[in-house]
Design a protein around this ligand. Structure first.
Ligand SMILES: Cc1cc2nc3c(=O)[nH]c(=O)nc-3n(C[C@H](O)[C@H](O)[C@H](O)COP(=O)(O)OP(=O)(O)OC[C@H]3O[C@@H](n4cnc5c(N)ncnc54)[C@H](O)[C@@H]3O)c2cc1C
Length: 518
């Protein structure tokens, strides 16, 4: 993973000339004057751990698994939001951990957490490092030091139960590896977020991730049937039946807990059979409202495709729904519908009847296949846009169908009002019977302080979401960035309940301080 950007540097994407021209003419984007920092020149705080403390961690996990080099610290600094990348490009390593500790077993995680509590050292669980909400930037205040708990050594598929259709994994398995291991058994998770290439199963559970095929396979939290968790106060082992009436479901306390309540060390996940067939296609609707009504009809009355998304007019025009064809200039609003599994042609025909009946025009498989082909390329494009002097960032929310148009307008207006004349694009990314999520992408010319510029826009958008009745996050999570809005969403009693749980499982407060808990 590129330390100051996204992904495999070999897959870096050149900006097409037409996009450069568009950025310049439409948004006034100018190349930044200062070059991006080199890894060696990132400014890091001195290591705050005493040599004896480093040795104590080494005694627990082995000296090879405690890293204090500059490079290891830089590579575990923050996550992959645009402000995170802008700070790294500016050489700002102030949030770097003092050490990276790599435990290899559940018991080692427990021991490391106990040591952290005894030494007042904050511990930040680290999966793929793809958080976009500040979930990896723990607060140092009141702590002697901060260690990053890199879970990449916990990388095994432990069991496949084909009778119950449950696979048991360790948390550090990355999504492509999970799919590779399951494919050997003819199985799949069906979880394909845009961060697929790098994010881990533990991170998906900890941040309640949702993949692009959620209409068919469900969100990640729907897939979790059981969890093992290491906390400073001991272990939790949750989930022993498909459904239970035995009190509140404590798995739900762990899902979305973003490392603040414990470290997920084992996950039991519902799996599906590998689809016999896959087909993706495009549809055009004259406007966003009409397209949204069609998605709602499919979500409520079926048949529900496996992938279902709708780009608004701007996103369709810019072509961001298909990053390989950026600048393509389709008009109207593009729907991508994908079908995976069995009876693809029957499901496709039945959905086509609904879409046609509601004003959709079929575009055939080409736009759908192009979307599928380019589905992981947008983050690479972001790096090129940042280097060209544009700020590009995404944010998301969800609401009930009845309030969705108002939420859409409120967020768009907030972005336009706070950034001058940015490009604001949106798509409906996940659908449910009762509502949907809205995923916004914003592109604007970088100001002298692009981080402050984005903070301003993000604050306005968050306020619009809270006022507009949406949730502050449908799938990115809370982290540090959404903590205040989350507090507003759950109210003072909700926040007090979370703090009470935190006191019980983490009395010294060492787990990811500053993240999630208001
Ligand atoms: C380019 C890009 C595209 C993205 N697309 C999507 C998308 O389509 N859908 C989506 O849902 N998200 C998306 N994300 C957000 C991100 O990938 C998800 O939040 C993902 O779940 C994070 O997984 P990770 O393994 O990288 O976790 P990390 O970023 O390492 O950690 C995320 C949070 O969980 C905690 N954590 C990690 N592992 C554990 C564990 N085992 N136990 C306890 N706590 C843990 C961390 O402390 C942190 O607070 C995207 C991010 C990027 C950068």
């Amino acid at each position: 993973m590129l330390w100051s950007g996204w992904g495999d540097p070999a897959k870096a994407r050149e900006l097409p000339e037409q996009v450069r021209r568009l950025l310049h003419d439409l948004l006034g984007v100018r190349e930044p004057t200062a070059p991006a920092a080199a890894l060696e020149s990132v400014r890091l705080p001195p290591v705050a751990l005493e040599p004896g403390q480093v040795r104590a961690f080494a005694d627990l996990v082995g000296a090879r698994h405690v890293l204090t080099s500059d490079e290891a610290r830089v590579r575990h600094t923050r996550g992959k939001s645009t402000p995170d990348l802008l700070r790294m490009r500016a050489g700002d390593g102030t949030d770097a951990p003092d050490a990276v500790v790599l435990p290899g077993t559940h018991d080692e995680v427990l021991e490391v957490l106990r040591l952290c509590a005894a030494e007042r050292v904050a511990a930040v669980p680290f999966g793929g490092g793809t958080s976009v909400v500040g979930g990896l930037a723990a607060s140092r205040a009141g702590f002697a030091a901060v260690v990053c708990l890199d879970l990449s050594r916990l990388d095994r598929l432990l069991d496949v139960d084909t009778e119950s259709m449950i696979a048991t994994f360790e948390p550090g398995v990355r999504a492509p590896e999970a799919e590779r291991l399951l494919a050997a058994h003819g199985l799949t998770l069906g979880h394909f977020p845009q961060s697929f290439e790098y994010a881990t199963l533990g991170g998906f559970a900890a941040a309640r991730s949702s993949g692009q095929a959620s209409a068919g396979y469900g969100r990640f939290d729907d897939m979790v049937v059981g969890l093992t968790v290491a906390t400073p106060a001991g272990s939790l082992d949750l989930g022993r039946a498909p459904r239970s009436a035995a009190g509140p479901d404590l798995r739900q306390l762990v899902l979305g807990s973003e490392g603040a309540f414990g470290v997920i060390t084992r996950l039991r996940l519902r799996v599906r059979r590998l689809p016999a067939e896959r087909l993706y296609e495009g549809w055009r609707f004259p406007d966003f409202q009409g397209g949204a009504a069609a998605l709602r009809a499919l979500a409520q009355d079926g048949p529900l495709p496996t992938v279902l998304r709708l780009s608004d007019e701007t996103e369709t025009m810019i072509g961001l729904a298909r990053p390989d064809a950026i600048g393509g200039g389709d008009s109207g609003c593009l729907v991508i519908a994908g079908y995976e599994g069995s009876q693809v042609s029957e499901r496709r025909s039945a959905a086509a009847a609904v879409l046609t009946g509601l004003g959709g025009e079929p575009l055939g498989t080409e736009p759908g296949e192009a979307w599928a082909h380019g589905r992981y390329s947008a983050p690479y494009l972001r790096d090129s846009l940042l280097a060209a002097g544009a700020t590009v960032e995404t944010l998301e929310t969800a609401g009930f169908w009845a309030g969705l148009p108002r939420l859409y307008d409120a967020v768009r207006l907030a972005m336009l009002g706070s950034l001058g004349s940015p490009l604001v694009m949106c798509h409906i990314s996940h659908v449910y019977e009762t509502g949907a999520s809205l995923y916004f992408t914003v592109v604007t010319a970088q100001e002298a302080d692009p981080v402050a510029q984005w903070d301003r826009a993000k604050a306005a958008a968050s306020e619009a979401i809270v006022r507009g009745g949406g949730t502050i996050s449908h799938h990115h999570g809370v982290g540090r960035d959404h903590r205040d809005a989350y507090a507003a969403e759950i109210g003072p009693l909700g926040a007090a309940i979370l703090r009470a749980v935190k006191r019980e499982v983490d009395p010294a407060g060492i787990l990811n301080p500053g993240v999630l808990i208001p």
